[in-house]
Write a protein that binds this ligand. Structure first.
Ligand SMILES: [Zn+2]
Ligand SMILES: [Zn+2]
Length: 404
């Protein structure tokens, strides 16, 4: 690697020189996906790809994740680059030659590409060790898909000593123009909490509802009342989404059931809105139920917090990307998206940013491409070199100039 000429515009060339290795690692991970906090086979593939490089490996007890530490020749700032590693519990229907060989497990969110891009960035930056001032932390993180892997790695102390002065992550997006990087200052992704509710009545004969307490219309009224609460009591400029996605209850046409169960999701763009929605749902559900002599039990399972990008970190990322790919390589997003990410835990503790990289497959319109989490999600592998180069450019720029 040391004979490679890497300057401000050389990151893409360096990444392209490793492109076949990046793709091979991505395909190997794709074919053998793993779920949750334990992704040992994926980790072993990364360790093999990075064997012999001047990296110190830090591991913790809660996950199989690791932080690889690259110390530059001179002291300086610390920058973190993150790639997540886990797949989703779902079937794959892409027909790709390297499709998943594990039943009901698919890399449908592109974490295979995130890991492969981060590994190649680590290889390139290790080749620049002699000219780097400061430290690069490569965070290989399992358990993003609802498993709080980033939180566990923080709690295991893997992001301290040295702690990052800035933290960056990339996420591929098939529904964006190929090769384009985009993000925004402030909230980028939503908080995501699970809403569970039980509306308790009293079972009886369907022909004599007055002798029972029918929870069915009450549950329906609660669903509507929650939407009224959201539109009337929440600030439209601090938005929230509540979707009741499942209603379960009853057994046949002539029996009033004892209880109805509801299941849904709560999304917000700020922690303030999140708390207000939690309180509001409880208040509305409990009181609507009470009005009809039912009882509503509300349980909210807290998921990931809001992903908030630091303005200075977005500035660093934008300038690094424009220097590497030209101004057309960057787009500032108009609005956040209501999906969620556990990189939010890292950004709660350390200033940083998450960026999307458009990977729309060749010959497709990006708006029509199968999105992340689709059983048919495919992507343009040629763009992975751009992701590798972006990691390198951002890390090098932050170490050299900080938030300037
Ligand atoms: Zn996902
Ligand atoms: Zn993802």
């Amino acid at each position: 690697m040391n004979d490679m000429v890497i300057g401000k515009t050389g990151w893409l060339e360096a990444a392209q020189a490793l492109q076949s290795d990046t793709v091979a690692l991505r395909r190997a991970i794709h074919a053998e996906p793993e779920l949750g906090l334990q992704t040992p086979k994926t980790m072993a593939k990364v360790r093999e790809a990075l064997a012999g490089l001047p990296l110190e490996w830090k591991t913790g007890g809660s996950t199989t994740g690791a932080v690889a530490v690259l110390r530059g020749a001179r002291p300086g700032r610390t920058v973190l680059l993150r790639g997540d590693m886990d797949a989703l519990p779902m079937p794959e229907d892409t027909g790709l030659p390297f499709r998943s060989m594990v039943a009901n497990t698919m890399h449908a969110c592109g974490h295979d590409t995130h890991t492969a891009m981060l590994a190649s960035a680590a290889r390139i930056l290790c080749g620049c060790k002699d000219t780097l001032a400061g430290t690069v932390l490569f965070m290989f993180q399992p358990g993003e898909e609802g498993h709080h892997g980033a939180k566990f790695m923080l709690e295991d102390g893997l992001l301290s000593d040295p702690a990052p002065d800035a933290a960056f992550a990339l996420h591929i997006m098939p529904n964006a123009p190929t090769g384009l990087f985009c993000s925004k200052v402030g909230p980028l992704l939503a908080s995501a909490d699970v809403l569970k509710m039980r509306v308790q009545g009293k079972g009886g004969h369907a022909s004599m509802p007055h002798d029972a307490i029918d929870p069915m219309p009450v549950a329906c009224e609660i669903v509507t009342a929650i939407q009224v609460f959201i539109t009337r009591r929440m600030d439209i400029f601090d938005p929230a989404v509540v979707t009741i996605a499942k209603i379960e209850g009853g057994s046949t046409n002539n029996v009033i059931p004892e209880a109805i169960n509801l299941l849904g999701t709560i999304r917000t763009q700020s922690e303030e809105a999140r708390e207000r929605v939690h309180e509001g749902i409880k208040r509305v559900a409990e009181n609507v139920a009470r009005a009809h002599e039912c009882e509503a039990e509300v349980e909210i399972v807290r998921g990931f917090p809001v992903t908030v990008c630091d303005a200075r970190a977005i500035g660093v990322a934008q300038r690094a990307i424009e220097a590497t790919f030209g101004a057309e390589g960057w787009k500032t997003m108009d609005a956040p998206v209501m999906g969620a990410e556990d990189f939010s835990y890292v950004l709660q503790k350390h200033p940083g940013a998450m960026l999307f990289l458009g990977v729309c497959p060749e010959g497709q319109q990006w708006k029509m491409a199968c999105p992340c989490h689709s059983n048919r999600m495919v992507l343009n592998e040629a763009t992975l070199a751009r992701g590798v180069a972006a990691h390198c450019a951002i890390a090098e720029r932050f170490l050299a100039r900080g938030f300037d």
